[in-house]
Design a protein around this ligand. Structure first.
Ligand code: GDP
Ligand code: ZN
Length: 320
């Protein structure tokens, strides 16, 4: 069959799996990949963003050159969620990192380096605010000493009680990686963590085609420069994606009112319904059910401290 020019102009549906800011790699439903550009104006629901289209976006595109696999993005489909950060410190514009994320994972290490509970809780709060299901991956269990393991088990107990699934793994020694790979199967997953926690090692073992450089301190090099980094989706054989977010430890900046912060601590939110005052901040009010729960151990002190620290942040903006 000879394809006429008209046939080529039909819109195809595709998933953006890579973005450089000027062109986008789009995968169609048959798995074919096209290098696409944007022409014309895309309607973007009032999002002020430096980058209109990002990895994870579902788009409609038309083929411009079928031999060279070149296309043109015409429409952006509605996003179920997206994660953002500010473009630069001075700018009010945001830089969107990824869209349509099914699950977020934070890699945590108890030692080398130590991840603080406050950092964990901030990450969880932002995932809740973005409405992205989130789990914790405790990596490097192969080198943890007895006291590290004890501390890790305490944290696992705290977080699983709230409802956050925890995975105890060693990316280096391939311990419990299968469980994780299975969980990530068929989903768009975001993986984040402090530099050095083993993110590259973990992504490489789950998705061997990723071939990320281990031990490369790219995040340090990027700091201070106005380099815009673009996320990439890494596909793994069993069917699923990991979005690697270079230069990003966490989730960016979320603007929220102090008063609504507790909505994103699920265990605090649940108990808060029993507080005497409907507008209780759970800090000083009499007959506060949250304070009572902290006292009797139903809410962990470290979680409550994270709540207080975030609450008292001056500008209400929680840089993660
Ligand atoms: P990233 O900065 O988070 O991407 O971390 P890398 O993957 O580059 O790993 C940082 C260092 O931690 C490297 O020396 C890795 O070999 C090491 N590492 C990663 N995962 C593990 C693990 O499960 N156990 C141990 N012992 N070391 C690990
Ligand atoms: Zn209260």
């Amino acid at each position: 069959m000879v394809l006429t020019q008209n046939c080529l102009k039909f819109l195809k549906k595709g998933l953006v799996i890579k973005s450089t800011g000027s062109w986008y790699l789009v995968k169609d439903t048959n798995g074919n990949k096209y290098e696409c550009r944007i022409r014309g104006k895309l309607r973007l629901d009032g999002i002020k963003s430096t980058n209109p289209i990002i990895v994870g976006d579902n788009v409609e595109f038309e083929i411009e050159d079928i031999e060279k696999n070149i296309g043109l993005i015409k429409n952006l489909c509605e996003r179920k969620n997206y994660i953002i950060r500010k473009a630069t410190n001075l700018s009010k514009r945001t830089h969107i990192i990824a869209a349509n994320v099914d699950h977020a994972y934070l890699i945590v290490t108890i030692a080398l380096p130590e991840t603080s509970t406050e950092f964990i809780d901030r990450f969880l709060v932002s995932a809740e605010a973005y409405r992205i299901p989130v789990s914790l991956i405790f990596n490097k269990i192969d080198i943890f000493l007895k006291e590290h393991l004890e501390y890790m088990h305490k944290l696992v107990e705290i977080y699983e009680k709230i409802g956050y699934k925890c995975f105890e793994v060693s990316a280096l020694n391939n311990i419990n990686i299968d469980i994780l790979r299975n969980k990530m199967k068929g989903k768009v997953n975001v993986v984040a963590g402090h530099s050095g926690v083993g993110k590259s090692t973990l992504i490489n073992i789950i998705a061997p085609n990723a071939k990320l450089k281990v031990g490369e301190l790219s995040e340090y090099h990027l700091k201070g420069k106005h380099t815009t980094t673009f996320a990439e989706m890494i596909e793994f054989n069993s069917g699923g994606y990991i979005i690697d977010t270079p230069g990003i430890k966490g989730f960016g900046v979320i603007d929220m009112e102090k008063e609504e912060l507790y909505h994103f601590f699920p265990e605090i939110f649940k108990i808060s319904k029993k507080c005497f005052y409907y507008n209780c901040t759970h800090i000083h009010e009499p007959n506060c059910a949250v304070l009572k729960a902290v006292e009797n151990g139903n809410i962990s002190i470290s979680r409550y401290n994270s709540y207080l620290n975030l609450f008292h942040k001056e500008d209400n903006k929680h840089r993660i």
